[in-house]
Design a protein around this ligand. Sequence first.
Ligand code: NAD
Length: 451
Amino acid sequence: MGQVSLGSAEIVDQAVRSARAAFESGEWSKRTPAGRKEAMFAWIALLEAHAEELAALDCVDAGKPITECRENDIPAALETLRWHAEAADKVFGKVAPTGPEALGVITKGPIGVVGAVLPWNYPAAIFAFKVGPALAAGNSVIVKPAELTSMSAYLMVKLAHEAGIPESALLLVTGRGEDTGKPLGLHTDVDVVSFTGSTAVGRKFLEYSAQSNLKEVVLELGGKSPQIVFGDYYNLDEVVDNVLESAFLTMGQNCTAGSRLLVEASVKDELLDALMTQLRQWKIGDPADSQTQIGPMIEQAHFEKVLSYIHGASDEGATLIYREADENTFPDSWLVGPTIYADVTPQMSLFQNEVFGPVLAVTTFESEEEAIALANNTAYGLAASVYTSDLRRAQRVAASIKAGTVSVNGYSEGDISAPFGGHKQSGFGGRDNGLEAFDQYTQIKTVWYVN
Ligand code: NAD
């Protein structure tokens, strides 16, 4: 497909020096917010003209189904950038409620040099989650995409420069985590690292910060999100569509994947039958085919990890109820067919660990209290869904679930207007999306005028 540079600590240092110089020069940081907005709009227009190419890059790089890239990821990336560009001149400071003897002005300004460290599952979309608000707020941004998916980031940065965004206000460093991500995390002149990725690597960024300059660290990490289905759902087909999309979108390589189905015992059989009937329609195969819904795992090591969870679940005593295709169905590929295990208990690995593959773990419950306890019985807290016709129950359960986003009667991460992030070990330090995203990339300053 092409060559991607393996960035070293020296390359990262050059990028940081350049970003710092740009920030101090004010060529971007001191441009008026409306001016930054205009420059970002010019960039977005170029990105729109290259939307099909961006979709193709994410498809071939990540093996994501082309239809998903075309209809979800790239439109989401563009909408995110547009929304934050539009907000650039609408983020206000405050005036403190002083008496007449003083005037306290509280401003929100850019922090300085931002490192954005990205995962491989939504390459263009998560690029936009970070770069949109960070640039709109006036920072200099260094993007470090996942080594497996650098292509769309490369094109997006190139087009930003063509659109007139200063080269040193938006820089790209590519390479592996240890070679390129670590020096960025340890650099003493980076002010913030906004990280999306695994919980294990998120911990490292906290260490890097502690070992260097106490840079701010924002972590968007993994999940093991529950989908709770009560027996009083009003439309089985809708529940089925949502449960399947939540579990198997992007082959389950999705941080908010609803990978645990908690179903009321009385409707278990009806729901599972309907799920499996519908799942048989899903097309598995070449991600470049517009009909494909399940493409391959991102790389061989990940493919093997997902298979080891599948084999381990059987060993632990879970009941395999659906596996349309096993590793022999598509030899010489990294395709894993959607897989469902029933009788999964909280002690099992499949209940607790993020598989990041197309594997749904089913557990039954008898009461609302039990459903809530099961839902909260993992170290994660990113997202959850609750299906019920009882409004009061929906409110009680949503309030009791420890997760950053809870959807009632659907699967959603909200949209660009709503903050997105996790509770517990799914992350902390800030939110992507919404006006809250600006908090990651701005710092508050008080100027106190004494009369
Ligand atoms: P990862 O943690 O392996 O890698 C993420 C980034 O960190 C990559 O750019 C990688 O090069 C870099 N990295 C890896 N090791 C590093 C190190 N030692 N030092 C510095 N940088 C290092 O994650 P991934 O496999 O790319 O993505 C999958 C994970 O991301 C899953 O856990 C998923 O849940 C999570 N994720 C979370 C969200 C969210 O918003 N909460 C969104 C998407 C993905």
